[in-house]
Design a protein around this ligand. Structure first.
Ligand SMILES: [Zn+2]
Length: 344
């Protein structure tokens, strides 16, 4: 930002006044299959303004980009533009990390080969970076969440799918191709139910919301006597994970069986994560995490049983306090990092 080299030598104090305003805000975005969110965040990690619009990926990529742009403009409208340091967008993927180009994203049909990065950068006249949602989630938890100040943290989201992000030595771990942290595909139960990718008994196949629903549907198809089918109005296709947890709480045999398998699979996966990465914090979020709360002490004990002996009495398992905002807060944290590295 310093343009005149002569100013180094002619000032009496030898100090140069700042030529640009301070970066006090950044814009953060979060693109999911259902909604797109945008927020203006400050340096405390607070979302000082936030809003959301429906993604409606089937109505076309360009229309979605226009609506997200309008939302960013609205979020930034209350503060001086030169105090806003840039935009980071967390998105469901897969995404090429260098370009932000989507690679057959299952929840954003029709968006393969496209990226919002150049269009938004031009129209907003700001740097725009697109990142992996769970990795940004891990960054959020290490800055503002359960592991504030942690240098080694893993974030896992047990949701419709299972995602993960890694902070090691204080840095986001992205991998050679941007796919690090895919802990949903840890093979925790060989021969068990597979995920949509087709791996054999992976964590996502068994413990995601989708996996739990499919396990119940398989039981119903096999003729098991269960109250779950009644909860879905007799329609097996309408069964969801919440119904399975509700039935398990009421003692339904099929549901209890499924939940036991889920807990065992999650414990195996988490033990593998602890053994491999030795994090200070293993932070868990997502809807299935909420449903597992009544079983949390059982899960904790089982992880301790499966992990290496040095985790005895010190399994660092935490529920995300950031909840649904986790990826937005992580996007904001990364946007400040990028703005500061650029100006510093
Ligand atoms: Zn898998």
């Amino acid at each position: 930002m310093i343009s005149a080299s002569g100013s180094y030598s002619d000032g009496a104090s030898g100090r140069i006044p700042p030529m640009s305003s301070q970066i006090n805000y950044v814009l953060a975005g979060d693109i999911g299959g259902t909604n797109m969110r945008a927020a203006l965040a400050d340096r405390t990690g607070s979302l000082v303004a936030s809003g959301s619009v429906a993604t409606e990926p089937e109505r076309g990529f360009e229309l979605a980009e226009d609506r997200l742009r309008a939302l960013f403009e609205e979020m930034a409208s209350g503060v001086p533009r030169d105090e806003v340091g840039g935009v980071v967008i967390s998105s469901a993927g897969p995404i090429d990390p260098g370009t932000g180009i989507y690679v057959y994203p299952p929840n954003l049909p029709g968006w393969h080969g496209k990226t919002m990065q150049p269009g938004l950068a031009e129209s907003l006249d700001m740097r725009v970076t697109i990142g992996h949602d769970a990795t940004l989630g891990a960054l959020a938890e290490s800055r503002y969440g359960a592991g504030k100040g942690a240098h080694h943290l893993v974030y896992v989201t047990l949701s419709t799918g299972v995602g993960g992000g890694i902070i090691a030595n204080g840095q986001m771990v992205t991998g050679a191709n941007g796919h690090a942290g895919e802990m949903g595909h840890l093979l925790v139960r060989p021969g068990g139910q597979s995920c949509n990718v087709g791996c054999d008994g992976c964590l996502e196949g068994i413990a995601s919301g989708g996996g739990i629903a499919r396990a119940a549907q398989a039981g119903i198809e096999a003729g098991r006597d269960t109250s779950i089918i009644g909860m879905s109005g007799g329609d097996a296709a309408a069964v969801n994970a919440a119904m399975v947890f509700e039935a398990a709480a009421a003692g339904d045999a099929l549901a209890v069986e499924i939940v036991d398998i889920v807990i065992d699979a999650v414990a195996s996966g988490f033990a593998d994560i602890l053994n491999t990465l030795d994090p200070e914090y293993l932070v868990v979020g997502g809807g299935v995490t909420g449903s597992l709360q009544p079983y949390w002490s059982d899960l904790h004990a089982l992880i301790e049983e499966k992990a290496l002996p040095h985790f005895k009495g010190r399994v660092p398992l935490h529920v995300s306090p950031l909840g649904d905002d986790v990826s937005l807060v992580g996007a904001a944290a990364y946007a400040f990092d990028l703005a500061d590295s650029k100006s510093g």
